[in-house]
Design a protein around this ligand. Structure first.
Ligand code: GDP
Length: 460
């Protein structure tokens, strides 16, 4: 399908300019019908990547707006088709009428992500890059934007493609041997094959190495804010949301709920689990027996356990606090809150025993935030530089495919060890190849494509 499609590429609403994107077969005829360039000769002569000032006319030849049209001609364009981007004045009414005019002249409205889907289908980018485009658009931290940009640059794609080629070579090797059954499959062939599989497996493992970190950068660290009533959970949440809200409330489609699900501490995105619990009852820990709370705690990558400094003056830890620490001391960071009122608290023996990290905190005065960020960074990045030059895997679909291919390569290795016939071993190699091919889109199902591109916005 390469019929002409049209959509608004800028966000809905009023602004300085809007951009209407038109792409596909016949887009050149449609634009010629609606756009009268000031310099017709230049418009006709200049081929691709040029910008032209002129007037846009409706189908009944009424002047609609003065516009700038970018001309990008196939195959050197985002979609690989002819694209015209009409920069008009930023009222929605004008943009809408431009789109309607294009519709009347034969372009249909684009579906979400349809421009990018065409870019993929026309070989302008692979699925890793397409998914990086949407990740870049939806990035909330500089780190995740950096990661998406690296993937868009194709570094990850070429590593995956190298791996795919290695697996293809293994298959060809096996097939060459199977094709000549009268030749005895000798010891050397077994050794050679084991070597090839070993190398492919090592590369797959290497590619998968930073994926946990990549996933956290992309999706955020799943976090529970836990603590007894009145320790300051909502106050902490609000303090962290405040900064984020300033950035994202203007982005259409960002609901208040989402805001409460994602917060940032420095450059790390936290994905909060069970914020509703905090808001509903202020009472997360009292419900400690409740399955939901424990489920949230068990799912979390990190637990921020707030303890009230003024309580420590009188008590040691409450039972609920101890039980969280007992079960999850490795992933818990204790924030001793309200140190602005009382800071001379005694560290409980239990905390010391479990080597738990304790940060003196005051939501009210804003102390402890930097230390908390430092501590989370230390855990996420294990002291390494934030993103290495090696592009990381970050997307769960891609990670799972690499993991599955590693599984099949190991199975193939075992098959060889057990002297299984080559055609049996080749079944696992094929399965490994298939998984890797799903990542870049060398092999692809319509359903997967629809699933990926429906996450894009209209006009992208
Ligand atoms: P939650 O029940 O755990 O969500 O606790 P809240 O966030 O509702 O806080 C309970 C009370 O403690 C409120 O009156 C807050 O203003 C207060 N509070 C929260 N953090 C601090 C802090 O760091 N210092 C002081 N002095 N008061 C705080």
């Amino acid at each position: 399908m390469n019929d002409a499609i049209v959509a608004l590429a800028t966000p809905l609403g009023q602004g300085a300019i809007h951009i209407v994107r038109l792409s596909g077969k016949g887009a050149d005829k449609i634009i010629d019908l609606c756009f009268k360039p000031n310099n017709r000769q230049r418009w006709m002569e200049e081929k691709t990547f040029t910008l032209h000032l002129g007037w846009f006319y409706t189908e009944d030849d009424t002047k609609l707006d003065q516009v700038l049209v970018s001309k990008m001609i196939a195959p050197y364009s985002y979609t690989g088709e002819d694209i015209y981007e009409i920069n008009c004045h930023g009222g929605l009414l004008i943009a809408r009428r431009i789109i309607e005019t294009c519709n009347q002249q034969g372009a249909r409205l684009a579906e979400p992500g349809e421009f990018s889907k065409r870019a993929f289908l026309n070989g302008k980018m692979d699925l890793i890059q397409a998914e990086a485009v949407i990740d870049l658009i939806t990035s909330r931290t500089d780190l995740s934007a950096d990661l998406a940009l690296k993937q868009l640059g194709g570094g990850l794609s070429s590593r995956i493609n190298e791996l795919r080629q290695e697996i293809l070579d293994i298959l060809s090797y096996i097939e060459a041997k199977i094709d000549f059954p009268e030749d005895e499959i000798d010891e050397i062939a077994f050794i050679e094959l084991s070597k090839m599989i070993l190398i492919a497996k090592k590369n797959a493992l290497d590619i998968n190495k930073g994926s946990k970190k990549g996933k956290i950068i992309r999706e955020g660290l799943s976090t529970v804010i836990a603590g007894r009533p009145n320790v300051g959970k909502s106050s902490l949440l609000n303090a962290l949301v405040k900064e984020e809200r300033a950035i994202v409330t203007d982005i259409p489609g960002t609901t208040r709920d989402e805001l409460h699900e994602h917060i940032k501490i420095g450059e790390i995105l936290l994905r909060l689990i069970d914020t509703a619990g905090i808001r509903e009852s202020h009472n997360l820990v009292e419900k400690i027996g409740i399955e939901r709370t424990w489920k949230a705690l068990s799912q979390a990558d990190i637990i921020l356990l707030l303890i009230d400094a003024t309580e420590l003056k009188i008590h040691s830890l409450f039972e609920e606090e101890s039980s969280i620490l007992k079960e999850y001391h490795e992933k818990t960071i204790v924030l001793v809150n309200k140190t602005d009122i009382f800071s001379d608290y005694r560290l409980d023996q239990h905390l010391k025993l479990n080597n738990v990290v304790i940060i003196p905190f005051s939501v009210k005065e804003g102390t402890g935030f930097a230390e908390l960020e430092q501590e989370i960074k230390r855990r996420v990045f294990e002291g390494e530089a934030a993103i290495s030059d090696q592009p990381l895997l970050s997307n769960i679909r891609q990670i799972q495919a690499v993991e599955k291919s590693i599984y099949y390569l190991i199975k193939a290795q075992e098959g060889i060890l057990h002297n299984l016939p080559f055609d049996i071993v080749s079944i696992d190699i094929r399965a490994a190849l298939e998984e890797i091919s799903f990542i870049t889109g060398h092999q692809v199902q319509e359903e997967l494509l629809n699933n990926i591109f429906s996450r894009f916005c209209i006009g992208k």
